[in-house]
Design a protein around this ligand. Structure first.
Ligand SMILES: Nc1ncnc2c1ncn2[C@@H]1O[C@H](COP(=O)(O)OP(=O)(O)OP(=O)(O)O)[C@@H](O)[C@H]1O
Length: 338
């Protein structure tokens, strides 16, 4: 790793402190977002309404710096709305302007998709290509977005007129992070009574613009992935955990109210395992270590893997309880290497 690596770590720690100063009670989500930036991965935040998801993503986009575009998911949004907008100009002639994905040019650093589950599958398909390839075809040419991170949010309350993301699109997200209201009563009281939490734009202005220098992150990510060591015992631990999630009955996992042999339909793809290892390495780096420990894997396993586990149809309605129970059972069963 290059000599600037300790400067980078200071920058990440400062950003973490700044983000925790403006978004209360979300320490874990903030750490996970920073890990996602270090992995160059896309993130979906899911949770109740008004828990600070938009505030957190806007604050993170500010810390990253760089061009930022945002779109609101609605049922009538078309894929082409992301690419261009047509209107009649003052001279009465039709004009085509670039849409949100293109208006900032190829330096686009953050594309924020608000309420992604309100958009239709055709829009999800376009987003899937953008996430997977960081490129787009429009106006008879290819656009490339080497620094792009997609942030999306979804509220879990609304079910009417919403469209579940297809499995392939969900698999492209490095993490799906659950954001609940802050647990500590003092944080909830502060959010209600301190006026600074009522105005998001002013609130996030205290996060230094560009403190994470988005243009340097691809190189930093590559050095972390090649420089952070994973011992053979750790590799075995990751493999055994993933196998237990794929084949819970073979790993002798016992789950209350579910037949372990029939629970799983699919998921835990090789891409999922790659993402798990990337995230664990990034977490170890933030902690100042040069080797991955089991705790680094455990800290990211649920946000990286839970949305990639597909249950048999009979169990899908209970996934909110069953998937965490499955992950806990795997943690309890698979021996942690010394
Ligand atoms: N944990 C938090 N820290 C700081 N501000 C918060 C927090 N939770 C909520 N707020 C404040 O509450 C308001 C609503 O937050 P925000 O819009 O970020 O929620 P949301 O989860 O994106 O909501 P929705 O799902 O409806 O889009 C904002 O003014 C925001 O500053």
């Amino acid at each position: 790793m290059d000599s600037n690596i300790s400067d980078w770590r200071v920058r990440f720690r400062d950003a973490e402190k700044a983000l925790n100063g403006v978004v209360l009670g979300q320490t874990r989500s903030i750490r996970l977002l920073l890990i996602s930036a270090l992995c160059r991965g896309h993130v979906l935040l899911a949770g109740d309404v008004g828990t600070g998801k938009t505030t957190l993503l806007r604050a993170m986009a500010r810390a990253l710096g760089g061009p930022y575009a945002r779109v609101e998911g609605t049922v009538d949004l078309l894929p082409t709305d992301l690419i261009y907008a047509a209107h009649i100009a003052e001279d009465g002639r039709p004009r085509i302007e670039p849409g949100p994905v293109l208006e900032q040019g190829e330096d686009l650093a953050v594309f924020f998709f608000n309420e992604i589950n309100r958009a239709r599958p055709q829009v999800h398909a376009l987003l899937l290509r953008l996430m997977a390839e960081r490129s787009l075809s429009a106006f008879r040419r290819e656009f490339h977005f080497p620094h792009l991170q997609v942030f999306a949010d979804r509220n879990q309350i609304e079910r009417d007129e919403t469209f579940e993301l297809p499995a392939a699109a969900r698999d492209r997200f490095l993490m799906e992070i659950a954001v609940d209201a802050p647990a500590a009563p003092e944080d909830r009281v502060a959010l209600a009574f301190e006026p600074r939490f009522h105005d998001t734009t002013t609130l996030i202005a205290s996060v230094g613009q560009g403190m994470l220098r988005y243009r340097g992150l691809n190189d930093l990510a590559a050095s972390i992935q090649s420089g952070i060591h994973a011992s053979p015992a750790l590799q075995r631990y990751v493999f055994d955990l993933c196998e237990a999630l794929r084949h819970p009955a073979s790993a002798d996992l016992v789950l209350e109210g579910a037949d372990a042999a029939r629970l799983i339909r699919g998921g835990i793809s090789p891409r999922g395992m790659q993402y798990l290892v990337r995230a664990a390495r990034a977490g170890a780096w933030i902690e100042g270590r040069n080797a991955v420990l089991p705790q680094d894997v455990r800290a990211v396993l649920a946000p990286v893997m839970a949305h990639r586990i597909f249950l048999a149809p009979a169990y899908e309605p209970r996934r909110d309880a069953l998937v965490p129970a499955l992950i806990d059972a795997a943690f309890a069963k698979i021996p942690v290497p010394a």
